[in-house]
Design a protein around this ligand. Structure first.
Ligand SMILES: [Zn+2]
Length: 396
């Protein structure tokens, strides 16, 4: 097996989820707020992406690809460069054009929608690297300068349709993604504030999870289950005392109305007015939050839909031939089998297997005799299974 896949290092005692992602060879920190994903991290991300693509397709959204580099003219036109300037990276091109590294795609997609305009609403989404010039990129993958985001756009010429149907569609889509990732679908709802302009509304729906990353505070009602981003002493819905929770936002839904298109139209960048609702979910952020969720001791137990590997086989040196035969049989039922055939002790292999976190682990060691394996399932209860029965046991 390729050592790039099995690469791990010893985690610190009482490691956090972020420590384990680092020790397990999922990520490599390049500097404050900058992380590379290593093969296991990429495998995890690909599985998250598959869920996003499937759910977006079911909801009728079409994928676009946005370049990381955008002409700042778009942002000057929309009037948002001032507001976002502090957190945007600028770079000058050889043609003396000022470029920005895309923090979001609202301007670009407003332009694309305008070219297609606009009898009915358009639903777009894109996945890509986004950039924010954070002052304090200190929470690992949760708050970094370069991160991988899935963003969704509902754009139309009918404000009411965007505000009602669009927001509802986006909220449902995020709910489905969050739930398939295995998070509880906690959502803090903020009513649309008629006194504020559309660009200043902030998120109407915030999907959050309880997290040691503590990126935000939510106030949750233990009685009716509603939660809020603004502080009330009692639940506005049922008057129960609210519980303060350290949380991290997974994604949110906002209504921007015509706040983008108005400026772009005035700057002659587009022809017509359009209204927009948006949603976003941070996928690299999700890796860290999933790691917190699926951490077990000094390792992980990933659920099958997300796991980089379905099954890991570990063998001591004397049973390698037997293990190879088993791996061939397993490869007929899964294309994500990992075989640790390195020449090192079983103890080391078990420590690494905890970090790799395959939901199924099969060990051929000293505790079992020829033809008998130790099977460890997602619930991490051990059982001994004979070679004749192993495939049948796994398919049950
Ligand atoms: Zn309540």
């Amino acid at each position: 097996m390729d050592s790039a896949i099995l690469y791990t290092k010893r985690p610190p005692d009482e490691a956090t989820a972020l420590d384990l992602l680092d020790a397990g060879g999922y990520i490599l920190k390049q500097g404050a707020g900058l992380f590379a994903l290593l093969p296991k991290g990429v495998a995890l991300l690909r599985n998250i992406e598959s869920i996003v693509h499937e759910e977006a397709q079911i909801a009728g959204f079409y994928e676009l690809r946005a370049p990381a580099l955008q002409n700042s003219e778009l942002w000057v036109g929309s009037g948002r460069l001032g507001r976002f300037n502090e957190c945007m990276f600028h770079t000058a091109g050889n043609n003396s054009v000022d470029y920005v590294l895309g923090a979001t795609n609202e301007e670009l997609f407003t332009k694309i929608a305008d070219a297609r305009m606009l009898g009915e609403s358009l639903r777009f989404y894109s996945l890509g690297e986004r950039f924010r010039n954070e002052y304090r990129p200190t929470s690992g993958l949760v708050r970094s300068n370069s991160f991988y985001l899935a963003d969704f756009y509902y754009i139309g010429s009918d404000a009411n349709d965007v505000k009602n149907v669009g927001i509802e569609k986006l909220a449902e889509l995020l709910r489905n993604i969050v739930s398939r990732l295995g998070f509880e679908t906690n959502v803090a709802i903020r009513e649309f504030d008629e006194k504020l302009d559309e660009a200043s509304q902030g998120a109407l729906y915030s999907y959050w999870t309880e997290s040691s990353s503590k990126q935000c505070t939510v106030y949750a009602c233990p009685n009716c289950g509603k939660s809020y981003r603004t502080e009330f002493s009692c639940c506005p819905n049922c008057s129960t005392t609210l519980k303060r929770i350290d949380a991290t936002e997974l994604g949110d839904v906002s209504y921007l109305g015509n706040s983008i298109s108005k400026g772009m139209q005035a700057a002659d960048l587009i022809r017509g007015e359009s209204f927009m609702a948006i949603a976003g979910i941070g996928l690299t952020r999700c890796i860290q939050l999933l790691a917190e969720k699926y951490q077990l001791g000094q390792g992980f137990v990933w659920p099958r839909e997300l796991a980089p590997f379905d099954i890991e086989v570990i063998s001591n040196e004397t049973r390698l031939e037997e293990a190879k035969k088993l791996v061939c049989e397993l490869e007929a039922i899964s294309n994500k089998v990992l075989f640790d055939d390195r020449k090192c002790g079983l103890g080391r292999k078990f420590i690494d297997a905890d970090l790799i976190g395959a939901p199924i682990r099969i060990a051929l060691g000293n505790n079992t005799s020829f033809g008998v394996f130790e099977l460890l399932r997602e619930d991490r209860i051990k059982e001994e299974v004979s070679a004749n029965n192993i495939i049948q046991r796994l398919e049950e």
